[in-house]
Design a binder for this molecule. Structure first.
Ligand SMILES: Cc1ncc(COP(=O)(O)O)c(C=O)c1O
Length: 480
């Protein structure tokens, strides 16, 4: 490949672009084809990365092919693989090729997805895909609305700004909000971001199933009302990150209705469970939410970044976020033509809807349903396997493809401290070996291993291999 000569206009010739592009596609295809045989984890120190990449800003360019080669060799190889079958922890990112290519198209055309006039088709595709999701979650189709965001954190932030605006208008000094001790930290972050004090957040305890205690929630609301606070929002979980637990959505919806409280549901990872029969049963009541966060870059198999907020009434979004600066007066358009910058925080937005649109059109919703059902069944099979084993204790049962367990052999009576040590060490060693990504969490004060099996490419054989490897580490720990 020739050196880029026309640096003045930052352009490549047609043949250079083709050559470069085909190489990029080859690299991506190769990755999709053989990622299962790579290691899902990379361990590298700051020193190692500094040694590889640290340099002054280059004044002069380098041959395009050399930069690409360097990036493929050194950058892309030094990242975890969230789509790997043995990437079990956090919330994996089991992406798909069609959506990766859709993102490439959206970036290639640099589609501006903030204003109808900038791309009527992009806005319409976002309307269409949001309508598909509204229907899936049984939200009002005509009145309902939503938008795609960078992820679940931004969707939660957008929801909480909307809830505050609709319920408190401009004065939120005595407003209080309720969530369980299992609610994702992005909600607390969002509240901090928009100026809520710690004293305005009520973190309600959970029951043995890690669901919010309804009695304690009701009591907290009653006490706050007596003290003159304004209970304005409850955040319910539709799949907690720790255990996959779903709060009592129907009961919380009823409380919200009686008390005139905003009902936000964080279904960032778990919401997609609605596409399976078992998940739909668990998520009953989700359709009553005022706002719902889902995260297509989790269990809808989309590449990063793609979150989504759905609301029962699209006017709540425009009345919260709409601003009319003079320099945008020419693109305001008419009411039926949505300017998505009016529905959320971002003005300049990438064309995120395209990847969800193209992947659903290509594979069909039935493929998504099948994959999600498979994930839930796989986790249940793992639970059966663990319960039969004399070595493992199930700490939280398989729910929405999440399970927590720990090494706790029935033949021995180890102290809790020793068990915590074993399980922490198992996780540490499996990650250090780069065999699998399996991290711990804390449940009821115990260190446990957590698997989130939302990758349709993960098999029971993969999981068995990892469990065997974990037990081989126990042998090592016992000898030391
Ligand atoms: C329940 C829940 N809410 C919100 C988030 C934050 O989403 P994101 O990482 O896409 O910002 C997560 C991420 O794991 C989550 O599990």
């Amino acid at each position: 490949m020739k050196k880029i000569n026309d640096a003045n206009t930052l352009t490549l010739s047609k043949s250079e672009m083709k050559d470069y592009g085909y190489r990029v596609v080859d690299v991506i295809v190769e990755h999709f084809d053989n990622q299962n045989s790579k290691s899902p984890v990379v361990n590298a120190s700051r020193e190692k990365m500094d040694a590889l990449f640290s340099e002054n800003i280059p004044e002069k360019g380098t041959e395009a092919s050399k930069v690409l080669e360097f990036v493929v060799d050194k950058v892309l190889s030094q990242s975890n693989i969230p789509s790997h079958p043995k990437f079990y922890s956090f919330v994996p990112g089991p992406s798909n090729y069609i959506s990766a290519m859709a993102d490439t198209l959206a970036t290639g055309f640099n589609v501006f997805s903030g204003v109808w006039a900038a791309s009527p088709a992009a806005a319409e595709i976002e309307i269409v895909t949001i309508n598909w999701l509204l229907k899936l979650f049984k939200f009002p189709n005509k009145k309902g609305g939503g938008l795609f965001t960078s992820g679940g954190s931004m969707a939660n932030l957008t929801a909480l700004v909307t809830a505050r605006r609709q319920k408190c208008r401009d004065d939120f000094s005595n407003a209080v909000i309720y969530m369980s001790n299992q609610t994702h930290s992005s909600n607390i972050k969002a509240l901090k971001t928009i100026g809520f004090k710690k004293e305005q957040v009520r973190v309600v305890p959970t029951d043995l199933d890690f669901k919010i205690s309804i009695n304690k929630l009701k009591k907290a609301i009653a006490i706050d009302k007596i003290r003159g606070f304004n209970p304005f929002c409850i955040i319910a979980n539709a799949g907690t990150t720790n255990t996959g637990s779903v709060d009592q959505l129907d009961e919380i919806a009823a409380i919200c209705k009686t008390e005139d409280i905003w009902f936000h549901v964080d279904g960032a990872y778990g919401g997609a469970g609605i596409l399976s029969k078992k998940g739909a049963k668990l998520l009953k009541g989700i359709e009553k939410a005022d706002s719902l966060t889902i995260d297509p870059h989790k269990w809808f198999f989309q590449p990063y970044e793609m979150g989504c907020l759905l609301v029962r009434n699209h006017k709540w979004l425009s009345s919260t976020f709409s601003e009319k600066p003079e320099y945008l007066r020419d693109v305001e358009g008419n009411k039926s033509e949505i300017n998505f910058y009016d529905h959320g925080i971002q003005l300049t937005r990438r064309f995120r809807a395209l990847k969800l649109y193209m992947s659903i059109k290509t594979f069909g919703l039935s493929a998504f349903k099948k994959a999600i059902t498979y994930n839930i069944d796989l986790t249940e099979s793992l639970e059966v396997l663990l319960r039969k084993s004399p070595n493992w204790e199930v700490v939280s049962h398989a729910t929405l493809a999440v399970i927590n367990f720990r090494y706790n052999p029935i033949s021995k009576k180890y102290s809790e401290k020793k068990l915590d040590h074993f399980n922490q060490e198992i996780s540490h060693r499996i990650i250090t070996s780069e065999e699998a990504l399996l991290v711990t969490t804390i449940l009821q004060g115990k260190v446990v291993l957590r698997m989130c099996l939302i990758n349709p490419r993960t098999t029971i054989k993969d999981v068995k291999q990892t469990l065997d490897k974990c037990l081989s580490f126990v042998e090592e720990i016992l000898i030391e």
